[in-house]
Design a protein. Structure first.
Length: 388
């Protein structure tokens, strides 16, 4: 009878790296998130490059109306504050921690992600224009017409216009400050009610972000003339029929986005990592690969919160928009050149069909007549087949 020889191995002879190495087939959530983030970033860079190098990178003029002096002063001061705050934020959030710890903190990653998610800001008008910016401010139009499949009307010099000096830095560090404030509210709630559950904390957060958005947008940014919601559903607005009418669902949508950002930053593991960074310790490679993977994963989560909680419901609301108030239509710096006096186009209205930018289509002119653009042919009725 032969007995198989069994070879024994002393664990002390096994390299420590082999003991720590995870199975190669182990699923790493951070990789999935980072892959999504990479694809989103590639799309954004493509669109931005097409915009900057194409015909749409031109200013949308304010038109014949002139904003009140007080409005121009406030917008100018606030733009300076936002711009000057950017290098200060970069130093304190990225450079200073890097010099001390030789790594980029979660706040540094978030600040970069917020700056990039600025790309989604004009997407609420994808199907129909129901929000506008003040074109008296510095702008170069926006990248909307270079987004694949964009529907709502636009043309070089007449489109959704992004105030770049305000919104670029504003998203980068302003949203980070708002997120930090939300996390402070969560910590205070936890101190006040030690036994509160995670759903309870999120409920507190949603209530806070709703009222916070009302104060920031409804009582500050909109009255000072930064942007408007002309297509907002009137009976769901505070201050209806004014240029600063604030739709209640804006607080729910952006409040939901901000709540997502706060949750991402607040609910971390014992290593201080967010839920999208699970599996990061199993990433093979150097620090650059790990940090890039980490950033793309966080960017994907930030993009998801913005797209799901805001831009998806915004499309439904845009398709059910109310008529634009006269208080907005009479101010050319709020109409962005897409409609109103001198444009030959009526402003979006439930009684009008939606004119498409990507596929030129017939539209109703100011005199009520159907205008057919050059090269556009109306479809014909095809007769039914009938037995002879």
């Amino acid at each position: 009878m032969q007995m198989a020889l069994r070879k024994t191995i002393d664990i002390r002879d096994v390299p420590i790296e082999a003991l720590d190495a995870p199975p190669r087939a182990a699923f790493k959530p951070v990789v999935a998130w980072a892959t999504a983030g990479g694809l989103i970033l590639a799309l954004q860079l493509y669109v931005w490059i097409m915009w900057i190098t194409g015909p749409n990178f031109v200013r949308v003029p304010p038109g014949p109306s002139d904003p009140p002096t007080w409005m121009k002063i406030i917008l100018s001061i606030w733009t300076c504050v936002i711009c000057l705050g950017l290098p200060v934020a970069i130093y304190h959030v990225i450079i200073k921690p890097w010099r001390a710890e030789r790594r980029i903190t979660t706040d540094g990653m978030l600040m970069g992600a917020f700056g990039l998610v600025f790309f989604q800001d004009p997407l609420l008008n994808y199907f129909n224009t129901w929000s506008t910016y003040n074109t008296w401010m510095f702008n170069r139009g926006s990248w909307v017409l270079d987004i694949p499949g964009w529907v709502s009307f636009g043309a070089p010099g007449a489109m959704m216009a992004e105030p770049l000096l305000m919104n670029g830095p504003g998203y980068t560090w302003g949203v980070l400050i708002c997120t930090m404030l939300g996390c402070w509210v969560l910590r205070r709630a936890k101190q006040r009610w030690p036994g509160i559950s995670v759903p309870g904390l999120i409920a507190v957060l949603i209530v806070y972000t709703f009222f916070f958005d009302f104060v920031i947008e409804g009582l500050f940014l909109m009255p000072m003339g930064l942007f408007t919601y002309p297509g907002a559903i009137r009976w769901l607005c505070i201050f209806p029929d004014t240029y600063y009418q604030w739709p209640i669902y804006e607080g729910i949508m952006w409040g939901g986005v901000q709540a997502g950002f706060c949750s991402l930053r607040y609910f971390t593991d014992d290593r201080g990592r967010t839920f999208v960074e699970r599996g990061l310790e199993r990433i093979q490679g150097g620090a650059l690969k790990r940090e890039s993977t980490r950033f793309l994963a966080i960017f994907a989560a930030v993009s998801m919160f913005f797209f799901v909680f805001y831009n998806i419901p915004a499309q439904w609301l845009a398709m059910h928009a109310d008529p634009w108030p006269e208080d907005i239509q009479k101010r050319s710096y709020f109409t962005m050149g897409i409609c109103g006096e001198g444009t030959g186009r009526l402003c979006p209205h439930p009684a009008l069909p939606i004119e498409q930018a990507s596929n030129p289509s017939a539209f109703i002119g100011p005199d009520g007549q159907v205008i057919i653009p050059a090269g556009v042919e109306l479809p014909k009725i095809v007769p039914f087949e009938r037995p002879e």
